[in-house]
Design a protein around this ligand. Structure first.
Ligand SMILES: Cc1cc2nc3c(=O)[nH]c(=O)nc-3n(C[C@H](O)[C@H](O)[C@H](O)COP(=O)(O)OP(=O)(O)OC[C@H]3O[C@@H](n4cnc5c(N)ncnc54)[C@H](O)[C@@H]3O)c2cc1C
Length: 379
């Protein structure tokens, strides 16, 4: 059955597309070239409601459904993957756990500022020795009276350079492996908490990716998110939703590259006719279109499954796996269709190809998605 978008979801697509083309497309190449986080976009994203997408209206968000949310991430990423991941990490990785595991005080304290752009959110799970194996987290959070004392290091934290609100996973009990982990809200200006120098990356270069260091960093015990020992469960649920968001980012990147390739194929003349008249090019365009539509079906299906409050880890892993690899295929073909100029900064497909690769890696690599998917069939 084809997926039928509602009028509201179609409106979200139109309005985010219009916004992205007017406000984001003009700076996409420059922020990539200069590795510059687009801080000037934050008030604009907030004004459009794109920072409070999954925050309930009572806390100043737009409380949109998950299908509308992934459409918005897709549309931002269609013109700029950096903006796509800024909004995605803020929403799926930081606001989602506060909305779903925060108590009344935590929601009241943090969600309004996350919705209106006064605070950008980030999520710290990965460590030097705990990547795919998140259960090996070694950052500690030791209870001391009314406080927890954090020590350790996180790496590769999206939005790290400018986020104010961090959801951090740390080991707070003696229970082994994943069972000893808990989730905490950490504010940027807390003593003992340091954001280190950003990574220089292959793609999504405007996205700030930083290490974090905790050295006797004291946070109020009231900043525990959920219960002690629930950290791994919370992190996995965050990633279940986040993976659909990253799949949407990959889908948007692929869509942007596809449109650029179609345009170029119609304009460029070789052997007396446009590239579009050559069957070799037509076949590539057809394969790209099928890839994108298959990915879109998986992304919307995963989002719709979440909206129906059904288990969605399988659907989100499938969407992320397919779309991550699909975006790499499609952006690669888009460069091929452009020929030599596609390999240069003169055309956006070069940036899109570099941006696409990360969607096979973060929020769980393609190999980890294959583990998640296959275990449902082999138990
Ligand atoms: C730009 C960027 C932004 C990021 N943003 C965040 C963020 O905001 N917050 C955060 O917490 N983290 C973030 N990450 C971290 C990211 O999620 C991890 O890099 C990713 O999960 C992989 O972990 P790793 O790099 O340690 O690779 P490793 O776990 O060392 O994996 C290396 C290779 O081994 C494979 N492998 C590992 N285990 C298995 C297995 N069991 N079976 C088969 N293959 C396996 C992997 O698939 C991969 O190919 C970000 C990373 C990057 C690069």
């Amino acid at each position: 059955m084809p997926f039928q978008l509602t009028d509201d979801q179609l409106l979200t697509r139109d309005s985010v597309r219009e916004f992205a083309e007017a406000e984001i497309a003009p700076i996409a190449a420059e922020i990539d070239k200069n590795h510059r986080p687009p801080l000037e976009s934050i008030p604009k994203l907030a004004e459009m409601g794109l920072l409070g997408m999954i925050i309930p209206e009572e806390y100043g968000g737009t409380g949109m459904d998950t299908v509308s949310y992934v459409i918005a991430i897709e549309e931002l990423s269609r013109v700029c993957a950096t903006h796509g991941v800024l909004a995605e990490a803020h929403s799926s990785l930081c606001t989602w756990p506060i909305v779903n595991y925060g108590n009344a005080e935590q929601k009241q304290k943090y969600l309004p500022d996350l919705a209106n752009g006064n605070a950008i959110g980030a999520f710290g799970l990965t460590e030097p020795n705990a990547g795919s194996d998140a259960g090996s987290t070694s950052t500690t959070a030791v209870r001391d009276g009314d406080e927890f004392v954090l020590n350790g290091q996180k790496i590769f934290i999206t939005n790290g350079g400018f986020a104010k609100t961090f959801v951090i996973i740390a080991r707070s009990t003696d229970a082994p492996g994943a069972k000893g982990l808990s989730a905490f809200i950490v504010e940027r200006d807390t003593a003992g908490f340091q954001v280190l120098e950003p990574e220089q990356k292959m793609g999504i270069r405007g996205s700030s990716t930083t290490p974090l260091a905790f050295s006797d960093c004291r946070i109020p015990a009231a900043n525990l998110l959920g219960n002690q020992g629930e950290g791994f469960k919370i992190a996995m649920q965050i990633l279940d939703g986040g993976r659909t968001g990253i799949a949407a980012q990959a889908l948007g990147i692929a869509q942007g590259a596809f449109e650029a390739a179609c345009k170029y194929a119609k304009e460029r003349v070789q052997f007396g006719k446009p590239l579009a008249a050559l069957q070799a090019i037509q076949w590539m365009i057809a394969d790209m279109a099928v890839d994108i539509e298959a990915g879109r079906a998986l992304v919307y299906q995963a989002a719709d499954t979440e909206d129906r409050h059904e288990p969605h880890s399988q659907a989100s892993a499938m969407a992320k796996l397919f779309c991550g690899e699909m975006a790499t295929r499609v952006t690669g073909k888009a460069i091929q269709i452009h020929g030599g100029v596609g390999y240069t900064e003169a055309y956006p497909v070069e940036r899109m190809y570099r941006d696409a690769k990360i969607t096979e890696i973060y929020e769980g690599t393609s190999e980890i998605q294959r583990l998640v998917i296959s275990r449902n069939y082999l138990r």
